[in-house]
Design a protein around this ligand. Structure first.
Ligand code: OSB
Ligand code: MG
Length: 368
């Protein structure tokens, strides 16, 4: 498949809710969107970076620069037989997995369209709908936390995840657990604790979480292994896992018992599939994470989550939860905690070009 041009856009969408995590508060989402064109086809993906490097090291600025100056000039005008061939072109460059993923995933979309197949089939998926949960930000009070959980539990989400941070952890988790004794509940600390917080983490161990996500530093496996050895609750790593090799290291070390896969964090679908295979070889459960994506990134995540090893509900909740108007024409709506997989070619969704034009603040076209 020949890549004839690449169109990079920066856009901003207002969020319908205030999303507070241990690393910051968001009321809108600014992100880069990439449209590849060639052979009369299109492939689209979005970058999961944010304005500031608060989750991992990459930011909108770094990803835009790497795509505009390094990755896109390298691939535009070239013909790639498959995503593996494109990945080989990117392999010499260190790091920058979020920028690389944007290009790799847009190519998968175009390539699946060229094969006239939905992406999930080309990736080797095994189902036409995926189980979904929901990730709830830090609320101003315990009362609002319980109310927010009640609202989303009623909507049928199969798992509820609460964001926690030092000082906002045991109390909200206990409040939710006592209101909902049978709820599948998890918590995500986004790297905000250290081993010095062991007492708090052991109190969290008493609330019967399905798992505790990323309690310690993003670049640490050893201390996660030490913590896992002292906790009943399985640890799940998110930020820490940026390659299949690190996934193997984490599982071998006992730093976690399950993994959150985000193609946007892992450099794309190919590396995500490798992480999936590593996790399966350890019999470790997997689930598909989210980064407040628009319909484009959300569709990619939903397709990926059809692989056999995704045995737990993902964070790919309904698009209408996040956005008044999404940049895609189709609705991505979960019903009773089940999200149908779009069945058209590629990611199976189409850009609403008129709306996209309105929310675009910057555009760069790279041609042969
Ligand atoms: O840690 O999973 C995370 C959002 C932005 C950055 C990191 C994370 C998240 C979420 C939200 O938890 C998941 C979603 O609803 O997309
Ligand atoms: Mg997380």
């Amino acid at each position: 498949m020949l890549i004839q041009s690449a169109e990079l856009r920066l856009l901003e969408l207002p969020l319908k809710f205030r999303f507070q995590t241990s690393f910051g508060t968001q009321t809108s989402k600014e992100f880069a969107l990439l449209i590849l064109k060639g052979e009369g086809l299109m492939g689209v993906a979005e970058c999961v970076t944010d304005v500031l490097p608060l989750y991992r090291e990459e930011s909108n600025a770094s990803a835009w620069t790497m795509l505009e100056q390094v990755f896109l000039p390298l691939v535009v005008g070239k013909d790639f037989a498959n995503p593996e061939a494109l990945a080989l072109e990117l392999a010499p460059f260190k790091g920058n997995p979020m920028a690389k993923a944007t290009l790799e995933m847009a190519f998968w979309d175009a390539w699946a369209r060229s094969l006239e197949q939905p992406l999930w089939k080309v990736l080797g998926g095994v189902r036409t709908a995926v189980d979904v949960g929901v990730s709830l930000g830090i609320q101003p009070s315990l009362e609002q936390t319980v109310e927010n959980v009640a609202k989303h539990a009623e909507q049928g989400y199969k798992r509820i995840k609460l964001k926690i941070q030092p000082g906002w952890d045991v109390a909200p988790l206990r409040a939710v657990r006592s209101a909902f004794p049978d709820l599948t509940l998890t918590a995500d600390a986004n790297s905000s604790y250290t081993l010095a917080d062991l007492r708090t983490l052991q109190a969290i161990d008493e609330v019967r979480l399905d798992y505790l996500e990323q309690p310690l530093a993003f670049d640490d496996l050893l201390d996660h292994a030490k913590l896992q050895a002292q906790m009943q609750t399985p640890l799940c790593l998110d930020e820490s896992i940026t390659s299949a090799r690190l996934a193997r290291h984490a599982l071998e070390l006992g730093a976690c018992r399950l993994i959150n896969i985000k193609a946007g964090r892992l450099g794309g679908h190919l590396e995500s599939r490798r992480v999936h295979d590593v996790a399966q070889s350890f019999a470790a459960p997997l689930w598909c994470g989210g980064m407040l994506e628009s319909g484009i990134g959300r569709a990619h995540n939903i397709h990926l989550a059809t692989l056999a090893g995704f045995s737990k509900p993902g964070d790919t909740s309904s698009s209408s939860r996040y956005w008044q108007t999404d940049i895609i024409e189709e609705a991505l709506e979960a019903k009773d905690g089940v999200m149908p997989v779009p069945q058209g070619n590629g990611i199976g969704v189409t850009l609403n070009m008129e709306f996209l034009e309105r929310v675009t603040s910057k555009k760069k076209v790279i041609e042969q």
